[in-house]
Ligand binder design. Structure first.
Ligand code: ZN
Ligand code: ZN
Length: 743
């Protein structure tokens, strides 16, 4: 402990002052110093360090700044380092010198809690008699990059200039990296260009910044520039270059890079092998990927995941399974890789099958990642029983609900049709980040509670949670489902000036939907014309959909939207269907048959309609006219019964739907009767108790006839029916639908 006799030491390492050292070390202390330093070097645990520390306190050597600095270095940066302990040691030093401050700042900058690095830096400014130097700035700037703290990093940049350190290559490299990770490529490039003596790290920082910042073209250009300047690239360079190829989906250049690596004998470590593997997979060369994978001596979870993901994307389940079976350890990370490979690639059923298998196996226990994946798969399928089971599992095992899991639970309950439960999870959550709020807003929106969604958005702002792009997509969606035109417009135009969120393609599509759906077609067109980004297919689809609703007499607009759409996506089946429906609605039958001929000639395949319903934890799927279900006979006789009942109350099938091309089927007379959602509802009626709601999930938009039939069934059978289609929920009760027929 510091006593009064302790000299207040803070000796600069290279003191240029003329004063003689006020605290010269006696020869014995000097001897002790060497002994202690060699002891510190021999330590290989915090426990041993603590023993040396105690000895240093006894001999007073702890107050020799040089020795104390060594102790800090060992406790903060050694392989067995403990930052808490380093901090304790630091706090005991009466006046740490700059070297000691820098050591602590550096250790915190690479720790999981980089903000500590900035806090120590602030203390340094107050308590240290020296100004931060070229060993301080690279690390605080690194901490600012980790935190993406743009303003803080800019302030450091200013201090660097003031301290005349702006020609230091280490500092400049860290600034390039900082601006790159904050997404400001212009500033990153400005610093890069001004770096006087660029080393390989300078080039690497800029190439990586371009590759990760969505400018792969520039990254590759820079790589060529680097060659011209005769700077020899290393493995880090090649990882950046490969990532640019992957972003550009440029297999040829990617292949060239791989051979370049070989020719130039660049050290191929695991990270670089993984980058090559990722490039081959994402650019679609499974053969090359497989060859490389088989050759790789060392593989980590990333390598295995890349293979699993690639095969799952291709729908090669057996191959994916082979890869999984070959994995050396079936720990939870391996299981998660397989589950999420299926879940992320639109195969929720397969994902859940693996999840069930995991529960039976003794190899591993589900962790947070597993549960998030399984919840998301349940949400996609509308498999509420399973989702609920996962909720119980979380509670039973005392797994802490972080924001990620909370978001997944809310999303699952909302998408499975239990909005109340979703809200319950929301209100009982201890921590609510922007994703938790946004998921709840989305839940309210898809169930047609637009006003409530907007109220929740205001509460979110009151809670000082900053909305992001996802929040705005959900809020605008809420406006479009409920026809809140003015509110939607107000929020859309506030996005950038008030909240600093740049409207993206999804926001424009939502806005076109809000305007188009409510009949403001001309305004929608004006908005599209003013878009600062090129309108995407989804924007044109939305406009075309609006034309179908309101476009009577405005066939020209529909045709324009359709031709724009087909320019971007020539095989868009939905475009032909929508346009042909518009022709049918206005009686232009010659054009309808013309379109149908084009579709036939092009061999355009439609996505088959599919509805699913979960009964007792098992998901049953129905296609149109399906008779593969084992209760098929009962289902069809139920349908006959329904038809008779409907007829008795005067229901006539909606002929206009028969005459139109519906999204899924050809114009067959009986097609309407056999739509997949009707089969699923009929199955729900015979297989669930009379008080249970029937929950059906459909992959396409529900057709008008099925919508009216579901309304009637909800009255005639006194059953709640929840139908989730591609866009939203329809909650049928007592003959009405929650969408108020606005969909
Ligand atoms: Zn239908
Ligand atoms: Zn509805």
């Amino acid at each position: 402990m510091a006593t009064q006799s302790t000299p207040p030491v803070s000796l600069p390492r290279h003191s240029k002052s003329n004063n003689p050292n006020p605290y010269p070390l006696s020869p014995t202390v000097n001897n002790d110093r060497y002994t202690i330093l060699s002891l510190i070097n021999q330590c290989n645990s915090t426990k041993q360090l603590k023993q040396v520390h105690a000895q240093m306190l006894r001999t007073g050597l702890f107050f020799d700044p040089f020795s104390a600095g060594k102790l800090i270095t060992a406790s903060a940066l050694a392989s067995f380092s403990s930052l808490d302990y380093a901090r304790q040691v630091f706090d005991q030093i009466p006046q740490p010198n700059l070297f000691t401050w820098n050591t602590l700042i550096r250790a915190y900058a690479s720790s999981p809690d980089p903000i500590q690095s900035l806090l120590v830096f602030l203390q340094l400014l107050h308590h240290c008699e020296h100004f931060p130097d070229k060993f301080t700035f690279p690390f605080v700037i690194k901490a600012a990059s980790e935190l993406k703290a743009f303003r803080v990093g800019r302030a450091f940049h200013g201090m660097v200039i003031k301290a005349s350190l702006s020609s230091d290559v280490y500092i400049l490299n860290s600034l390039v990296h900082f601006y790159g990770s904050c997404g400001d490529l212009d500033l990153a490039y400005a610093v890069f260009v001004k770096t006087p003596q660029k080393d390989v790290v300078s080039w690497n920082s800029m190439i990586t910044a371009f590759a990760q910042g969505g400018c792969p073209e520039e990254a590759l250009e820079l790589f060529r520039g680097m060659e011209k300047e005769n700077v020899k690239p290393n493995d880090v360079t090649m990882v950046g270059v490969l990532s640019a190829c992957t972003k550009k989906l440029d297999l040829d250049f990617g292949r060239w890079v791989c051979s370049y690596i070989e020719r130039n004998e660049i050290n191929v470590n695991l990270t670089l092998s993984n980058a090559m593997l990722d490039m081959y997979m994402k650019c679609g060369s499974f053969k090359d990927a497989k060859r490389l994978f088989d050759k790789m001596q060392e593989k980590d979870i990333f390598s295995w995941t890349t293979m699993l993901d690639g095969y799952a994307k291709l729908g090669e389940y057996d191959e994916a399974r082979h890869v999984f079976d070959a994995m050396p350890s079936k720990d939870i990370a391996a299981w998660n890789a397989l589950i999420s490979a299926f879940e992320q690639n639109g195969k929720p059923k397969e994902a859940l099958a693996v999840f069930r298998e995991l529960q039976l196996s003794k190899d591993a226990k589900p962790d947070e990642v597993t549960l998030v994946c399984a919840l998301s798969a349940s949400a996609q399928l509308g498999a509420m029983d399973l989702g609920r089971w996962i909720d119980v599992y979380i509670k039973k095992h005392g797994i802490k609900l972080n924001c990620h899991l909370t978001t997944s639970l809310i999303d699952m309950y909302a998408k499975c049709g239990d909005l109340e439960k979703a809200l319950e999870v929301f209100y009982s959550a201890e921590r609510k980040d922007v994703f938790v709020w946004s998921a709840t807003i989305a839940g309210l929106a898809m169930h047609g509670h637009g006003r409530a969604a907007l109220d929740l958005f205001s509460k979110m702002l009151e809670a000082k949670v900053k909305p992001n792009a996802v929040t705005f997509t959900n809020v605008l969606c809420a406006c479009s489902h409920t026809g809140l035109v003015n509110e939607g417009q107000r929020l859309f135009y506030q996005m950038e000036p008030v909240y600093g969120v740049l409207p993206g393609e999804k926001h424009y599509a939502c806005m076109v939907d809000i305007l188009g759906r409510s009949g403001h077609l001309q305004e929608a067109v004006k908005l599209i014309e003013k878009m600062p980004i090129l309108p995407t297919a989804s924007v044109w689809v939305t406009l075309l959909g609006a034309c179908r609703l309101h476009g009577n007499g405005n066939i020209e607009l529909a045709e324009q939207a359709c031709s724009h759409l087909l320019e971007l996506d020539p095989r868009n089946h939905g475009a032909y269907v929508l346009l042909s429906n518009i022709y049918a609605k206005t009686g232009k039958w010659d054009r309808v048959s013309g379109l149908r001929k084009i579709m036939r000639d092009f061999g355009l395949k439609k996505e088959p309609g599919c509805s699913s319903i979960e009964v007792n934890g098992i998901v049953h799927e129905f296609l149109v006219g399906d008779n593969s279900h084992k209760l098929s006979k009962e289902i069809y006789s139920k349908l006959d019964e329904i038809a008779a009942k409907l007829k008795s109350v005067g229901y006539v099938p909606n002929k206009s739907h028969l005459l139109q091309l519906v999204e899924e089927e050809d114009m067959k007379e009986q097609a309407l009767n056999l739509h997949s959602e009707k089969l699923a509802i009929a199955y729900g009626l015979i297989s669930t108790g009379p008080s249970q709601p029937i929950r059906v999930v459909k992959n396409l938009r529900v057709c008008g006839d099925c919508h009216s039939v579901a309304k009637l069934i909800s009255r005639l059978y006194d059953r709640e029916i929840l139908l989730r289609d591609r866009y939203r929920f329809h909650h049928f009760r007592g003959g009405n639908c929650s969408c108020m027929d606005y969909w």
